[in-house]
Design a protein around this ligand. Structure first.
Ligand SMILES: C[S@@+](CC[C@H](N)C(=O)[O-])C[C@H]1O[C@@H](n2cnc3c(N)ncnc32)[C@H](O)[C@@H]1O
Length: 198
């Protein structure tokens, strides 16, 4: 058996539509096995305030909405074109789509975060976690996608141009495995980290 998951998730038609449009326009979205795992894992959580970094066209935000019908969901995206499309695709789903750089948004936010989903630029995870620390508290969950950064994080002979991502991602991993947090890296997709603040 070489499979680590099976595609067992049933998506609402609206969510499926966002997935198809994202794939058509080559917007990177969470991989199917990550989707499977997340929908399984999220079922066990009780969260009220979700912040997603990196909206794309809104596929993962729609998954959060499907998993948590009454949570407040905010998703932040820096590309205007993506924001406009996501706002349209998510219009029936009560998701706040914010056009802003994640770092600026987090600095200006005051509402606490129960679940932080990091899916924006890989070299910024550490900085964003740091900036969000005043919004996180005991029990807050941080889910970080693309921890492997396509081999850059742990690989050998990484080209010079990827060294910043490698250094920053390793600093992030060191931080989430520090005493402040409890973390696991799940070897699915491009590596998914699940972290709980102690
Ligand atoms: C992998 S895509 C997000 C996919 C989406 N989460 C999904 O699964 O449907 C990453 C997105 O993050 C956005 N992004 C990257 N860095 C960002 C930042 N610092 N602030 C806001 N958005 C950012 C990119 O423009 C891109 O649309």
């Amino acid at each position: 058996m070489n499979k680590v998951s099976r595609t067992s998730v049933t998506l609402d038609n609206e969510v499926l539509n966002i997935k198809e449009i994202s794939l058509r326009d080559h917007i990177p979205i969470i991989e199917d096995e990550v989707l499977d795992f997340l929908t399984f894992y999220l079922r066990h959580l009780d969260v009220k305030n979700i912040l997603e970094i990196g909206t794309g066209y809104g596929f993962s935000a729609a998954i959060f909405r499907q998993s948590f019908p009454s949570a407040t969901i905010t998703t932040v995206e820096r590309k205007e074109k993506n924001v406009l499309i996501a706002q349209k695709l998510l219009r029936e789903m009560d998701v706040n789509v914010i056009h802003m750089d994640a770092s600026d948004y987090i600095a200006s936010r005051t509402e606490p975060i129960d679940l932080l989903f990091l899916d924006g630029a890989k070299s910024h995870y550490m900085e964003l976690l740091d900036k969000a620390s005043h919004l996180l508290s005991k029990g807050s969950i941080i889910i970080s996608d693309n921890i492997y950064a396509r081999g850059i994080t742990f690989g050998d002979n990484v080209p010079k141009r990827h060294r910043t991502i490698r250094r920053n991602m390793n600093a992030f991993i060191e931080e989430i495995f520090s005493d402040k947090y409890e973390s696991y890296i799940i070897p699915i997709g491009d590596g998914l980290a699940i972290t709980r603040m102690k």
